[in-house]
Write a protein that binds this ligand. Structure first.
Ligand SMILES: [Zn+2]
Length: 226
């Protein structure tokens, strides 16, 4: 199927970054040309799925929940195994925190590309960032460039992966969200590693989010609403 270069699919996690990407896509392609997918990969914080649905509804775009139950069966990471406590520091052997789910973005984007292919959507948008404090290797630009190449080969399609946040700091991501008019939607997003709503304010994810908003001089709508 020929990919329609006027349509975009956003991988929406329910977090701040993918919500910013959603508004980036809406501005670029128009609200009627944007679709979203959310993956249920057995993440411990089910609230993320609810947040993604609420963000999409708030923005006026469709949202499809796609199940992938394999990661929790593989085990070993803190996001899908409730027996592993989330640690913010890196592990000695891998140099990565235990929140790294190996292959996650590769699988997500491959499924997203398949979804896009079936609907003739030519653009994928994802909130991965190289500046991500965790240093996840599947968030890097080289991985995305390589994956786009593989998807184009493997699907005989001209699909393009967009990563609007790739080189932005957390401060710059908040500024982009503000400039795109995405701030009101932030009330519906979820970031807290402890799965709390209102957020705990103490975990590494909450701290990072707070630092970004503070550095940008913007109030976090999630905090002022709760
Ligand atoms: Zn928290």
């Amino acid at each position: 199927m020929a990919a329609d270069t006027d349509k975009a699919l956003v991988v929406l996690s329910g977090g701040q970054d993918s919500t910013t990407c959603l508004y980036w896509a809406i501005k670029r392609y128009g609200v009627n040309a944007v679709d979203t997918v959310t993956f249920d990969y057995g993440q411990r914080h089910r609230i993320e799925l609810e947040c993604a649905s609420r963000v999409a509804a708030f923005a006026g775009v469709p949202n499809t929940l796609l199940p992938i139950d394999t990661f929790s069966a593989l085990g070993g990471d803190a996001l899908t195994d409730p027996d592993i406590e989330i640690a913010s520091d890196v592990e000695e052997d891998s140099g990565l925190p235990n929140t790294f789910v190996p292959g996650r973005n590769l699988i997500f984007l491959t499924f997203a590309a398949a979804y896009a292919y079936q609907r003739g959507i030519g653009h994928l948008v994802t909130g991965v960032a190289q500046t991500d404090y965790s240093g996840y290797p599947d968030c890097r630009e080289g991985t995305m460039t390589s994956l786009q190449h593989t998807l184009r080969l493997g699907m005989e399609s001209e699909i393009t992966i967009h990563t609007p946040l790739m080189h932005l700091s957390k401060k710059e991501t908040v500024e982009l969200a503000r400039d795109l008019g995405a701030l009101p939607a932030m009330e519906h997003t979820h970031t807290c590693y402890n799965g709390e709503r209102p957020p705990c304010g103490a975990c590494a994810a909450c701290e990072l989010r707070a630092q970004g908003f503070a550095a940008a001089g913007v109030e976090d709508p999630l905090l002022t609403s709760s």
